[in-house]
Design a protein. Structure first.
Length: 205
């Protein structure tokens, strides 16, 4: 892996293996989902945490996708909890139509704050972790945490039965979930198209 945790996914080496989830790859799809919901949107703000190792590749993917989709994307850097409030104040100046955010520990640890701010500032947002939508955010599109936990549990059992971690390739959880919050959509004056609702894995009403 790029961060050096293991030598490779197929042959982790050492005494480490595990499960990884899709993250960097999902930024472009999150933009597509936003555009499907908001076809008239032109300006999108991307909140990023520079300290996260996946931020740079995620940002590059999102910027490339925005160019293809004809969207203008503004990258806003958020290093601390206080920066989140500052970033949302900047959104008003940019007249951003929507927000997209990568899955990072900083953001995931402040999901309730992020969801509240998106409603307070009346800006549609998408995040890569389902708890964002369940906490009041408009929607989430990201890897299934339940699948990742299932894979981790399976590996834990195999290791307890005597298998060596170095012999177990790092698995990737590939299931992706779309979760939408219709209560928040109503508060924002947004109507989800049937095409999106039909694909949703969970609809919060």
């Amino acid at each position: 892996m790029a961060d050096g945790t293991v030598a490779s996914l197929n042959r982790p080496g050492g005494n480490v293996t595990g499960v990884t989830s899709l993250s960097v790859e999902l930024g472009p799809k999150q933009l597509q989902v936003l555009q499907e919901l908001l076809p008239k949107a032109h300006v999108v703000a991307a909140l990023i945490n520079p300290s996260s190792p996946n931020t740079e590749p995620w940002s590059k993917n999102v910027q490339a996708a925005a160019h293809t989709l004809g969207l203008q994307v503004h990258i806003l850097k958020v290093d601390t909890e206080q920066d989140i409030d500052t970033a949302f104040a900047t959104l008003l100046q940019l007249r951003a139509d929507a927000i997209v955010m990568p899955t990072t520990p900083l953001f995931t640890g402040r999901i309730a704050q992020l969801a509240t701010l998106t409603i307070r500032h009346a800006v549609p947002a998408i995040y890569g972790y389902g708890e964002f939508a369940r906490a009041g955010g408009l929607m989430s599109y990201g890897a299934s945490i339940a699948e990742a936990y299932r894979l981790v549990g399976s590996y834990a059992g195999r290791i307890l039965r005597g298998e060596k971690p170095s012999d177990l390739p790092v698995q990737q959880a590939t299931k992706v979930e779309l979760i939408v919050n219709l209560r928040t959509a109503k508060a924002l004056g947004i109507t989800f198209p049937l095409s999106l609702l039909a694909r949703a894995d969970e609809v919060i009403e």
